[in-house]
Design a protein around this ligand. Structure first.
Ligand code: ARG
Length: 504
């Protein structure tokens, strides 16, 4: 690190910071992701200042020329952040001042503060990352859709308390995840709406005496609306908390899939097999095939929760206004985005290449009384007994069979035991009542596991997923159009003047 020089805010100070204080306070690592957004925000701000007559057209030209050069340098890897300049905002402004001179570059920060600037950058960045996560979730939902379509009548045990409960279909299981993830999409959409408000123009905390136009920067940055109340703007990080909460629940869901895959692939369950590409081996035990990706997804979930808790704790003690504590919001959020994106980057493929052992699923479903509720329901319908009474009878029957280490499929015994309760059902009939596939067919209540209902839900989910795709496209277009418009104005202002070269 170079020796600290005087900073742009150094006027009232007699000395520069020490290397230790610079190292302690700078936010260069986290801010590197914000360079492009900081430049865009500065371009929009400068255009607005000139339109409002706050800076001259010549000022604007010089500022835009050098911002464009900064952007090129950044894209070519020639613009990196210097910790001595503390953060991305000071780095970009210093670049401008060093190149365009204080006369021009020094005007960019008129009617602006780093307090609103850092929020602009964060809003712009978060907005795009939320859309990336939404795309990932939709891809995962598509994978579940394919599984569901292929397996609307593949029987498997449905569990409660991790004990066999009732037969369901693999398609029903897969669509449950789609149903869950569609709610994540809604939460992300809500977080996006909060992120898509323009903080620029709140300035340090109180607005400004300059005649700024916050609607113009809102348009140039592709935001829906200005976030009006200046003091609230500067003090707020709840849009980040909202985002982290949405991400935390996404991870909860990814972790639950992972957990299921971990034990579905055990020898004991044996109902799923992962593709070799998505498994790992052991350094000592040659036979091992481990579900590491699922375990790591499960294992990384806590880090995303940690980011949420970190921010919530940060916020609870902060008075109104900007507090430097806010700087700590970014690294955990970045990490959370990275983790969720990485998990969403690998789980769809892991799932679509997994093999589901449907025979084993059927065998398990038939082995352990999963259709007991069907028999109880039958007695209610055919023998005019109350459900509580039929529950008692079937419970007694299961107890007897368990004691003798038998199952329903020991038909003669099942029939004989029922006869002791004055219930006489022919074996052929019993076979129907206790058939898992028929049970599946018959659970036709709204949202039930029947193939008819699952197929109907698949159609609805497909519609919802295409609406989400449309929504993501619209948001992305709004961002791109705004950026294009900013660049178009820059081209208009700069005419044919080429990007300045070194030393110009
Ligand atoms: N690096 C700061 C942050 O991330 C930027 C704003 C600094 N503002 C200030 N008044 N020190 O929050």
């Amino acid at each position: 690190m170079k020796t600290p020089q005087k900073t742009l805010w150094g006027g009232r100070f007699s000395t520069s910071l020490t290397s230790e204080t610079v190292a302690f306070t700078h936010s260069i690592e986290a801010d590197t992701r914000l360079i492009g957004y900081d430049i865009w925000g500065s371009q929009a701000h400068a255009i607005m200042l000139a339109r409002q007559g706050i800076i001259s057209d010549t000022d604007l030209r010089e500022i835009l020329r050098w911002l464009r050069k900064a952007e090129k340098d950044y894209q070519n890897g020639d613009f990196t952040l210097d910790p001595n300049k503390e953060d991305v905002h000071m780095n970009v402004e210093s670049y401008l001042i060093e190149n365009a001179g204080r006369e021009f570059g020094g005007k960019l920060h008129t009617a602006r503060s780093r307090n609103d600037q850092v929020l602009v950058d964060a809003h712009l960045y978060i907005r795009e990352e939320i859309l990336n996560i939404q795309r990932g979730i939709s891809t995962l939902c598509d994978t579940f859709l394919s599984i569901a379509k292929e397996h609307v009548d593949t029987v498997m045990p449905g569990y409660t308390h991790t004990q066999h409960a009732q037969p369901i279909s693999l398609g029903f299981w897969a669509t449950a995840y789609i149903s869950m993830f569609l709610r994540d999409q809604k939460r992300l959409q809500a977080a996006y709406e909060l992120a898509n408000m323009n903080p620029l123009g709140a300035c340090a905390l109180a607005g400004t005496t300059f005649p700024i136009d916050r609607h113009l920067t809102t348009k140039l940055l592709g935001f829906d609306t200005p976030h009006e109340h200046a003091l609230d703007v500067i003090s707020s990080r709840d849009f980040i908390a909202e985002t982290l909460f949405a991400l935390s629940l996404v991870m909860a869901n990814l972790s639950r899939i992972s957990e299921e895959l971990v034990y579905w692939t055990t020898y004991e369950f044996g109902i799923a097999v992962l593709d070799d590409v998505y498994s790992s081996g052991s350094s000592i035990m040659p036979q091992k095939k481990n579900p590491d990706i699922a375990e790591l997804t499960r294992g990384r979930t806590g880090r995303v929760y940690g980011a949420l808790l970190d921010l919530l704790t940060n916020l609870k003690g902060l008075p109104m206004g900007y507090n430097r504590d806010f700087q700590e919001d970014k690294p955990p959020l970045w990490e959370a985005f990275d983790i969720v994106k990485a998990c969403l980057g690998v789980l769809p493929q892991l799932l679509s290449t997994a093999e589901f052992k449907t025979e084993r699923m059927a065998e398990l479903t038939n082995a352990n009384f999963a259709t007991a509720t069907e028999l109880a329901n039958y007695l209610v319908k055919e023998y005019q007994v109350s459900f509580r009474e039929s529950h008692e009878i079937v419970g007694w029957l299961v107890g007897q069979l368990v004691q003798q280490e038998k199952t329903f499929t020991d038909w003669e015994l099942t029939q004989a035991l029922l006869k002791q309760k004055d219930i006489d059902i022919p074996i052929s009939q019993l076979k129907q009542i206790l058939d898992a596939e028929l049970a599946l067919q018959n659970n036709q209540s709204l949202g039930g596991t029947s193939p008819a209902e699952v197929s109907r839900m698949i159609e609805r989910f497909e519609e919802q997923l295409s609406e989400i795709a449309m929504y993501i496209y619209t948001c992305q277009t709004q961002i791109e159009d705004a950026h294009k418009e900013t660049l178009r104005i820059i081209d208009e202002v700069l005419g044919n003047s080429t990007v300045p070269t070194e030393g110009e």
